[in-house]
Every structure is written in structure tokens, then in C-alpha cells.
Design a protein around this ligand. Sequence first.
Ligand code: ADP
Length: 154
Amino acid sequence: MMEKTLVILKPCTLQRALVGEITSRFERKGLRLAGMKMVQLTDEVLSEHYAHLSSKPFFQRVKDSMMACPAIVCCFEGVDAIQVVRTLTGPTNGRLAAPGTIRGDYSMSFQENIVHASDSPEAAEVELKRFFKPEEIFEYEQAVFGFLYANDEY
Ligand code: ADP
């Protein structure tokens, strides 16, 4: 199914000047960039976004790390994009992530792990609404579309 998913290039990615390289990994895979903007995240939005971690001892530290400097929020689209992006991203702990995954290739940390990626269709829907206005998500045709998929795949 054609899906949209949220990716956040975390402050560590901007600090390490990896924005182009990481964006390129998703682009080269064949995902369509449907939205992208730089934002200074706030404690309020992060408390919502990371509510599932609110009882963890590292909750505030994770939020502080996401506010260390601006982040870049992205919307990528493709067939099964939510799972595809999670697979490209790899598991949370960069030290355990396999080489070839983004976290495996660029991260030495559990926390400073380069990207956030929505983990389910329900999460993607809520998270895209959290970070984007409807008019910031663009529906445009990709000229290469017919070379990305067979016509029974979407
Ligand atoms: P993911 O980002 O892989 O979906 P979670 O939703 O569990 O993982 O956690 C959100 C973010 O919180 C992680 O990406 C990471 O930055 C941080 N985090 C999660 N668990 C830990 C941990 N045990 N130690 C440090 N940071 C953590």
C-alpha cells in the first residue's frame, strides 16, 4: 500500500553535518520526499511525541537531546514506506544496529541515533499531523515512478 511516514533528522545529524548523506539514503532507495522543514523542537511537542517513554529515567535527557539545536522533519512516501524506512533505519541502539542500516553505519549511541522513524501506520498518521500542516505535504508526480515499481505493486 502507498504510505507516508515521518522521519526526523535529529540534532545529532545536523551537528555532524550528515543531513545530505542521510536524506540521500532515503532518496536513493526510491522514497519520494513529500515534505521537509527545519524546526526547533520544544519540550511540549516532545513530551507528546515520546509519551511512551515518560516513565523512563532518560525521558528528559532524550527530550533535551532533541532540542539541542534545530531538527529536520521529513515526510517520505512509497509502497510500504513505514516498514521500509524502519528497516533502513535499523534498531534503536546504534552500537547493535547492523552495518548497512543508517544507525549501523552512522551511530555509536542508543540515544544519538541519527533519525526518528514512525513505527506503525497509526503512529505515522498521528506523527505527520503533529509536525506538518496539510499544505506542507506535497503531492507531485515523480517522472521515474514507472521505473520504481511494477504496476501491480501500488
Ligand atoms: P525508536 O526511535 O527506535 O523508535 P523508541 O521509541 O523506543 O525507539 O525511543 C525513542 C528514542 O529515545 C530513541 O530513538 C532514542 O533516541 C531514545 N532512547 C530510547 N531508549 C533509550 C535508552 N535505553 N537509552 C538512551 N536513549 C534511548
